[in-house]
Design a protein around this ligand. Structure first.
Ligand code: NCD
Length: 308
């Protein structure tokens, strides 16, 4: 399968075969991600890291992935300390970085930014989140987590929280539709999944149900994918306050769930999963954050042509 020089912008362009191939490659990378084996597969390669929005896991797991494979990273650093603060356009920044690195990973507050970057870049662009748009590399690690900790075939999954502004769930539901998942969308009515995504999912043959109550959905689920309310994307802070505390998982929520239920969250969490849940066998979110390393190793090795 040829991934070399591919941009990774949105899950809508991935086939199931492509995803399966990335997940299989990630599995082979796990011993290296754990530091049990060493590798110089990407020796001499440079990944440019451009984050125009805060990040902990996505940025650091990309950097770890590159370092574990013997490659180097070139970090733009704080936007305030770069020429962007002087008014440089994204297109110009991308054209310049194109000459400094072999691939670039970009997070930006504007939907469509990664797509635009790809138009000006001859090296692969990996979208690490574009506003409320997409977050495809998160989806790949989410699928990897589901595969390792639950099962992708015949999955019953609830996506809960901010389905309007949450880019992780936008990307994830497209990918889940390729696996015939039974998807329940759980959100306050103000934060429903955009209508065009729901109709895309239905056209792709997915089974989609909507509710505003976690309690109504959770007992039947294999996976509950919880998300943070995306405070920074609300045009009006008062609107955020209205929905801020509507969905919460406590130990009480878990009273009658399936033994094998896995609770995932892309993190950071604010208050939607109580710390008391962390010590239950259902909590899967910290493991999920680790899985970002082997999955991003696989992606980097594939787009840089170091593996097929
Ligand atoms: C997510 C994001 O940035 O979209 N975080 C992440 O990449 N793990 C989720 C969020 O910020 O709520």
């Amino acid at each position: 399968m040829k991934f070399m020089d591919h941009h990774i912008i949105s899950m809508t362009s991935f086939s199931r075969d492509m995803i399966d191939h990335i997940l299989e490659t990630a599995e082979k990378m796990e011993p290296i991600a754990l530091g049990k084996e060493s590798s110089d597969l990407l020796k001499g390669k440079i990944l440019a890291v451009l984050f125009f929005e805060p990040s902990t896991r996505t940025r650091m797991s990309f950097e770890t992935a590159m370092l574990r494979l013997g490659g180097d990273i070139l970090n733009l650093g704080s936007v305030d300390a770069s020429s962007i603060a002087k008014g440089e356009t994204l297109a110009d920044t991308i054209r310049v970085i194109d000459g400094y690195a072999d691939a670039m990973v970009l997070r930006h507050p504007k939907e469509g930014a990664a797509h635009l970057a790809a138009e000006f870049s001859s090296i692969p662009v990996l979208n690490a989140g574009d506003g409320a748009g997409h977050h495809p590399t998160q989806t790949l690690l989410d699928l990897y987590t589901i595969k390792r900790e639950s099962h992708l075939e015949g999955l019953k999954i609830a996506l809960a929280g901010d389905l309007k502004y949450g880019r992780t769930v936008h990307s994830l539901c497209y990918a889940l539709s390729l696996y015939g998942a039974d998807i329940t969308l759980v959100s306050p009515k103000e934060l429903r999944m955009p209508e065009e995504i729901i109709s895309d999912l239905k056209n792709r043959g997915a089974k989609v149900t909507e509710t505003d109550s976690i309690d109504d959905a959770i007992n039947d689920m294999d996976v509950l994918y919880m998300t943070r309310i995306q405070k920074e994307r609300f045009p009006d802070p008062a609107e955020y306050q209205k929905v801020a505390n509507k969905l919460k998982i406590t130990s009480d929520t878990l009273k009658d769930v399936k033994t094998g239920l896995k609770i995932m969250h892309p993190l950071p969490r604010v208050n939607e999963i109580k710390p008391e849940v962390d010590d239950t066998p259902h909590a899967c979110y910290f493991k999920q954050a680790f899985y970002g390393v082997p999955v991003r190793m696989a992606l980097l090795a594939l787009v840089l042509g170091a593996t097929e």
